[in-house]
Write a protein that binds this ligand. Structure first.
Ligand code: PMV
Length: 309
């Protein structure tokens, strides 16, 4: 059989993280500056599926490994396509930072499942792929909302409401984002369960915060679709204030957000689970360079400049 290669992008949540777990809408976009890639080719006869991922220092054989997300991905693909285990060598790689809220786990699973489906001549469509990767996300994260697998598998800006079919939307006027990493790994599972505990102790207060975040996400979608980018920064900063009320910011995130705003960002917020991980800042084109430098100076361990289109 012919070798097959597939890729999947990283992602960033623009609006609505955490509230999305409680039924509010969220917006997320793919980030193609970073991506995961997988190649499937014929492997040694009789050895079944072998997976190698040099960046993850990973080498495994499906027959011997059960408790790994990539092994689970392969198993789900074979189950879904109703094919016996083939003799293949799968090589996977990724430039997406791990545990930074950019969907590295979902992207590598998506690339792998997509490549294996192509190799077996039964390619997945986006919705099938997304459902499969969601199963793997559950293995990594417990109770994910499903936003990561959706935006990564569709590869387009997504307006996402848990339990509803995803809606992709159009970006009227491209805009510049800087994504800066605090360098602090903060597992999403932890911040999600911390928010759940707090919400359980005062549901009315937290549900009101979630509803306000939802309102901002809806408004932001409109603004992006109509191209009034001037409004977007203000919405980001307001969303961030509500995330602070949820208790998911951190001193490191605050430092980067303040630095971006002081350097002229239109707006800034944490992105993803919070507690660490990444923040995003909206930059007018002539400010990109100065905000980039300010973020580096304020201690960001990595800054990615991306244009959302
Ligand atoms: O950390 P990330 O980018 O995977 O985002 C988590 C987003 C949450 O809303 C906090 C959780 C979820 O499952 O949607």
């Amino acid at each position: 059989m012919k070798a097959a290669t597939a890729t999947a992008p990283g992602k960033i949540i623009l609006f609505g993280e955490h509230a999305v777990v409680y039924g509010q809408p969220a917006l997320a976009v793919p980030v193609w500056n970073v991506y995961a890639q997988a190649t499937v080719q014929p492997g040694p006869p009789g050895r079944g599926v072998l997976i190698e991922a040099a960046d993850l220092h990973l080498q495994l054989s499906l027959a011997e490994e059960s408790a790994h997300g990539l092994a689970l991905t392969v198993r789900l693909v074979l189950e879904q396509l109703k094919v016996p285990e083939p003799d293949v060598l799968i090589t996977a790689s990724s430039t997406i930072p791990i545990a930074g809220g950019m969907g590295s786990g979902a992207a590598i699973s998506a690339a792998l499942a997509r490549a294996l489906g192509m190799y077996l001549e039964k390619p997945f469509n986006e919705s099938e792929l997304s459902a499969l990767v969601y199963e793997v996300e559950k293995f990594y994260h417990g109770t994910p909302s499903g936003i990561d697998n959706t935006v990564i598998c569709y590869g387009q800006p997504v307006y996402f409401v848990r339990g509803q079919p995803p809606v992709t939307f159009r970006v009227h006027s491209p805009f510049h984002l800087l994504i800066a990493d605090t360098g602090i790994a903060s597992p999403t599972k932890q911040t999600v369960s911390a928010v759940r505990e707090r919400r359980d102790s005062a549901p009315e207060i937290y549900d009101l915060i979630f509803a306000n975040i939802g309102r901002i996400a809806r408004e932001a979608r409109q603004v992006i679709e109509t191209g009034e980018i001037g409004q977007l920064g203000r919405l980001m900063t307001r969303n961030h204030a509500l995330l602070c009320e949820l208790g998911v910011s951190s001193p490191e995130l605050e430092r980067l957000i303040e630095a971006a705003l002081n350097a002229g960002a239109e707006g800034a917020k944490l992105s993803g689970g919070g507690g660490g991980g990444n923040m995003i800042a909206l930059a007018m084109p002539d400010r990109v360079q100065s905000i980039y430098s300010a973020l580096e100076k304020a201690g960001a361990t990595r800054v990615i400049h991306t244009v959302v289109r």
